[in-house]
Design a protein around this ligand. Structure first.
Ligand code: FRU
Length: 498
């Protein structure tokens, strides 16, 4: 069988089985306005691009079950990043180089107007697991419509003895195409290897452009490197960092370093490594440049190690974050906030105005809502409450998730100790001390994304409520709260089909 028909056959098989799995999907926590597969597992966003007038979002996908397995690239597209259309699965393992998985990667539009998707072809050395290491090579697949891809084979081999070597991210600076790949060096250090090309097909090694400052870090997954303002950002997922305070609490964490870089030179870091998001579920972020110049990011919400509640019986697992726009503040900290288009999902807005919440008082904001947004502004100078507490997804069984500004910790926390379903634990973003607290909270059926002070920090986690109505309550604790404004929006579905 030739390469093309093997790919077609694998895609057909995947589509059919995924269709059967779709019939078993349970929607109690299935996202209304976040990207997820129709059924089955997803992880990293891949190949983010704007092509043929549509935003293209691919993602790591196992269409056969709600567990991670041989990776495919799933696909959705959108004209406006508000309403999404499901597209056929784009890539499946079908050649020797990607025998055990079409791993993560990125896509760019070439000078010939075609979409060039670069991904890691993955093989287990022993054919079944990582015990004897991986064989990972960077591969190219080309498409003329973003839907059907032709595999063009391996473009970067890398040294044969590397344990990890994956997740190519491509961009163009001047006339040159650049590719970074995450690597585990022979000394077991996490590095980014930089390659250059003039035609997207022939690649030459340029240099090791970045080495993780933390000696415990042995691999950098899903690297990204892009200009923002007059600086360069390196975004990566360090493997091996030790937990410390509120940092590196997840089994998989993502963060960034800001610095200077010029083609042909080294990357000069100007900052330390810093987490980009402080929640339980934020990994493998990838960015792309929108046609209007905005730098837009999607991250993956999921978990490799701790089982996710949807895996047991709901026939799906994993979703992407909402698209977020990035900027740098004057301290060279990366800010991320939902793109402006997200506001178009709003239906049925309720403006509760400004009010004072008395001592130890609760105010029910919503009796029952699955997908909504809270915009809250609090005057902390006139607030004595120890926490500004939002109890979300509160159900009759006593389950809920707490999102709170904690004046004692000086953090915005997300606490799942009362979760009816799924993993517990709390997380917290540092608070910058501003007297005007602004929280923007996006709640979907199974997730919460908190943006603090216009994206200065974010906290992103799964939250799986119990049965029945899901309430949202604002509460004060041993003090009062001066609410300057409180607006609630219900959010509609982002899908043009189910
Ligand atoms: C990160 C990752 C990538 C890899 C992909 C496999 O989440 O492990 O490094 O390419 O997932 O699904």
């Amino acid at each position: 069988m030739n390469v093309k028909s093997q790919q077609t056959e694998q895609l057909e098989r995947a589509k059919e089985t995924n269709g059967v799995l779709r019939q078993k999907r349970v929607d109690r926590w299935y996202p209304l306005y976040h990207i997820a597969a129709p059924a089955g597992w997803i992880n990293d966003p891949n190949g983010l691009s704007f092509y043929r007038g549509r935003y293209q979002v691919y993602f790591q996908h196992h269409p056969y079950s709600a567990q991670w397995g041989p990776m495919h690239w799933g696909h959705v597209s959108s004209e406006d990043m508000v309403t999404w259309r499901r597209e056929p699965i784009a890539l499946a393992p079908s050649v020797e180089a990607d025998r055990d998985g079409v791993f993560s990667g990125s896509a760019v539009v070439g000078d010939d107007g075609k979409l060039y998707a670069f991904y890691t072809g993955h093989r287990w050395r022993n054919g079944v697991n990582e015990d004897e290491g991986n064989l990972q090579v960077q591969c190219l697949a080309v498409s003329e419509d973003g839907i059907v891809f032709e595999k063009r084979g391996v473009v970067v081999e890398g040294p044969a003895d590397l344990l990890h070597f994956r997740d190519p991210k491509i961009w163009r600076t001047g006339d040159t195409w650049w590719m970074i790949v995450g690597a585990c060096s022979l000394e077991n250090r996490g590095e980014l290897w930089l390659y250059r090309s003039s035609n997207l097909t022939d690649w030459a090694f340029d240099r090791v452009v970045f080495r993780a400052p933390d000696p415990d870090v042995y691999m950098l997954e899903c690297p990204d490197m892009f200009p923002l303002g007059n600086k360069w950002v390196i975004l990566y997922c360090p493997m091996g960092s030790k937990k410390e305070g509120f940092q590196a609490r997840n089994s998989h964490n993502a963060g960034y370093v800001v610095g200077d870089w010029k083609p042909g030179g080294d990357f000069q870091p100007l900052t330390d490594y810093r987490p980009l998001d402080w929640g339980h579920q934020f990994y493998a972020p990838q960015t792309f440049e929108a046609p209007d110049g905005r730098r837009i990011l999607f991250g993956w919400m999921g978990s490799f190690e701790i089982p996710v509640a949807t895996q047991a019986a709901d026939a799906w697992c994993g979703q992407l974050t909402v698209p977020r726009e990035l900027s740098l503040d004057e301290k060279l900290q990366l800010q991320n906030r939902p793109i402006a288009e997200i506001e178009r999902l709003r239906v049925n807005t309720q403006d509760l105005g400004s009010f004072e919440l008395g001592l130890n008082e609760d105010r029910v904001l919503l009796e029952d809502a699955e997908a909504y947004e809270i915009e809250l502004e609090v005057d902390l100078e006139r607030t004595t409450s120890e926490r500004v507490s939002l109890t979300l997804g509160a159900t009759a069984d006593g389950g809920s998730t707490l999102v709170a500004y904690d004046d004692l910790m000086h953090r915005v926390v997300l606490d799942r100790r009362a979760a009816t379903h799924g993993d517990r634990g709390h997380r917290g973003a540092p608070y910058d001390g501003s007297k005007r607290l602004r929280l923007r909270i996006l709640v979907d059926r199974g997730s919460i994304e908190v943006f603090v002070n216009d994206g200065a920090e974010s906290v992103t986690s799964f939250a799986f409520p119990g049965e029945g109505p899901r309430a949202a309550v604002l509460g004060s604790e041993s003090g009062t709260i001066a609410v300057k404004s409180l607006v609630l929006h219900h959010l509609r579905s982002a899908w043009s089909d189910s």
